[in-house]
Design a protein around this ligand. Sequence first.
Ligand SMILES: CC(C)(COP(=O)(O)OP(=O)(O)OC[C@H]1O[C@@H](n2cnc3c(N)ncnc32)[C@H](O)[C@@H]1OP(=O)(O)O)[C@@H](O)C(=O)NCCC(=O)NCCS
Length: 157
Amino acid sequence: MPIRPFRPEDLEKLKQITAICFDGVSIDRNIEAAFGQINGRDWKFRKLRHIDADVAGDHANGVFVFETDAGDVVGYITTRLDHESGIGWIPNIAVHPAHQGSGTGRQLMEHAIEFMRTEGMQAAKIETLKQNDVGSNFYPSVGFEEVGLQIHYLMRL
Ligand SMILES: CC(C)(COP(=O)(O)OP(=O)(O)OC[C@H]1O[C@@H](n2cnc3c(N)ncnc32)[C@H](O)[C@@H]1OP(=O)(O)O)[C@@H](O)C(=O)NCCC(=O)NCCS
């Protein structure tokens, strides 16, 4: 199985993959497209902080990477467990474009779902932007059902 638990030395690679993959499918990118940089920071600064949060402390135990036979990390998925609510969350999943379309994302998703199930979660949740086609095909194909739509707003102060 080419999927293994995250190690701290993977972090920079996860950030590289994130910066490439979320251009066009992230709220932070949308904000920049509409308003330009905020506080001198670009969208990648904000998005990459999410990855820092995903691997902080115990959260790192729910982060998995896909490693090729050559030892390259080409994708990842992050999870958060909420034992009180029983609902696990998938904050981020990404596969480097050069490796997309060959089942890597689906394997990562199935691994994360099984991890959350074995950790006692009763349900799993994930969010995506309407502009991201994965919401209309990939997520339903693994069993997710739409429960609501949310609109993000921003104003300069
Ligand atoms: C979403 C992502 C992780 C899928 O990784 P992947 O390795 O290409 O996925 P798979 O090859 O396992 O494909 C899984 C399914 O996703 C769908 N899919 C993959 N990429 C897609 C895309 N860009 N647009 C629409 N559907 C896509 C395919 O229909 C596929 O279904 P199939 O197996 O029935 O053909 C990858 O496209 C990615 O990194 N995207 C950018 C980041 C992103 O959008 N993350 C999710 C934010 S909510």
